[in-house]
Design a protein around this ligand. Structure first.
Ligand code: SAM
Ligand code: SF4
Length: 469
């Protein structure tokens, strides 16, 4: 891999972000209401407007922000929620990120890199549970180059459990590669490439990432540029909350999003907002230097929904059940469930072992239990992968999304994949809840559309699979 940062400049202007944070610390109620009126149009917000909302710490204002986020989310995404699971391929890592259980100097962590056969075992388990979308996660080590990563992706796509379907979209969270490396991943058919900047504050970044490739902030800051240059249209960004001031990192991340939109005509496909979780031998993870409270966190998610209305917001199992339930309404559009955060976790009957995990999981429920709850909340779980397989990615996807396409296509597609899930994987109690929900949703379509959707639902009932619009 060719690691160079020559000619790159840091497009995050720290002083100017701090100036915005300070200038927006308080606001007249009218200003907040004007911003929320604008947010209802779902055209996004400026950094200043975002900063005003992020810092509007008043119970009534919070409720107004939450209500607006709920409305925008309903308008754009309806009641659909995309589900996925992470698959940890290796926890070997040569970096020493202060917060991570996989860091190289954590001698107590059991190191493991899955063989092709072990990857297949994990995929079989996940497929038998009903998963169709996986996020492959990797530590960073010189022995794992782009070709090796691509081979692991190929293994996942080629693994098809008998009677149980296949993985239809593999997303990746691995350390930044060079353009050629990203091209290799693009060629093997990855969906989204995800890379979290962790923090955009350069001196904090340097302190927490003392060695390895990850110490080079510009190499990481331009990772998504290189991925897009290599043809990967869908990229995901994120900040690790708790390691620096969340207001700064949120505004910096939105600056990063705007930079991609400016350079490539489209911003990130997804944004993640992991909160620091306890991790073996990572002291800082037990005692975050910049803790973000629950109310600040909820407001952050709601404000992101208003700032970048068409960007997918991803929620992991780092958060506990109660917080996850609330965040779904406030703007989250993708959710992991039944996750294990170490290599081999799905095939391991004794999964709750800190000596192997990257961090502690806050929601340990199974996929089916999570589905029951979200169906109770009125959501339709979706495993749809149609856009990516039909080339509706990047700029093309965003254009369609802005024309209301999500409701016209994603909504029926979610019903198709949910119906598959109910027939092939669900427990009886989930079926009892799920089939009537599908019927209620079907009844809401205008007649012509209803006929198209109903006929496909019937085909699924008769055994056809993988139907989409
Ligand atoms: N090694 C690659 C990298 O660092 O980009 C990708 C995998 S890394 C396991 C994925 C993400 O996990 C990191 O980007 C970081 O944000 C997050 N993470 C690390 N330690 C964490 C912790 N203690 N709590 C929550 N998230 C953590
Ligand atoms: Fe390695 Fe990634 Fe963990 Fe850092 S966050 S120690 S690079 S696995």
């Amino acid at each position: 891999m060719h690691l160079t940062t020559e000619g790159l400049t840091n497009f995050i202007d720290e002083d100017s972000i701090w100036n915005i944070v300070h200038a927006t610390a308080t606001a007249e109620p009218k200003r907040i209401h004007d911003i929320l009126d604008k947010a209802k149009e779902a055209k996004g917000l400026t950094l200043e407007e975002t900063a005003f909302l992020l810092q509007a710490d008043d119970p009534e204002v919070n409720e107004a922000i939450f209500e607006t986020a709920r409305a925008v989310k309903r308008m754009i995404y309806g009641n659909r929620l995309v589900l996925f699971a992470p698959l940890y391929v290796t926890n070997e890592c040569s970096n020493r990120c202060a917060y991570c259980g996989f860091k190289a100097d954590n001698k107590d962590l059991e190191r493991r890199t899955l063989t092709a056969e072990e990857i297949r075992q994990e995929v079989f388990v996940l497929e038998n549970l009903g998963h169709k979308r996986l996020l492959l996660v990797y530590g960073e080590h010189p022995k794992f180059g782009a070709d090796w990563i691509a081979e692991t992706v190929r293994t996942v796509y080629e693994t098809v459990a008998e009677k149980s379907g296949e993985i239809r979209r593999v997303n990746i969270n691995c350390a930044p590669l060079d353009v050629e490396g990203f091209r290799t991943l693009h060629d093997v058919g990855i969906g989204t490439y995800q890379c979290f900047q962790e923090t955009y504050h350069s001196s904090t970044y340097s302190k927490l990432h003392p060695c390895g490739h990850k110490q080079h902030i510009l190499w990481r800051l331009y990772a998504l540029h290189r991925a897009m240059e290599a043809g990967i249209d869908d990229v995901g960004m994120g900040a690790l909350l708790g390691i620096y001031d969340y207001r700064f990192d949120t505004l910096a991340m939105l600056t990063h999003a705007a930079e991609l939109e400016d350079k490539f005509g489209v911003g990130p496909h997804t944004i993640s907002f992991p909160r620091l979780e306890p991790a073996l031998n990572a002291d800082i993870a037990f005692n975050p230097p910049y803790p973000i409270t629950d109310i600040q966190f909820k407001r952050l998610v709601a404000v992101l929904r208003l700032s970048v209305p068409y960007t997918g917001l991803i929620l992991s199992t780092r958060e506990g059940q109660a917080m996850r339930r609330e965040l779904l309404d406030l703007g989250v559009s993708q959710l992991s469930a039944g996750s294990r955060t170490y290599p081999g976790g799905y095939a391991d009957p004794n999964y709750d072992r800190p000596e192997v995990q990257q961090f502690c999981v806050g929601d340990n429920r199974s996929l089916d239990e999570v589905i029951q709850e979200i169906v109770h909340q009125g959501y339709i779980p979706s495993w749809c992968t149609a856009c990516y397989r039909l080339g509706r990615t990047g700029e093309h996807f965003m254009e369609l999304a802005k024309k209301g396409f999500i409701q016209d296509f994603c909504h029926p597609n979610s019903l198709f994949t949910f119906k598959e899930y109910l027939h092939d994987y669900a427990t009886d109690s989930t079926r009892t809840l799920g089939f009537p929900l599908i019927q209620r949703e079907l009844d809401e379509f205008p007649t012509k559309r209803r006929d198209v959707v109903a006929s496909r639902l019937q085909r699924i009932e008769h055994g056809e699979r993988d139907l989409y619009l």
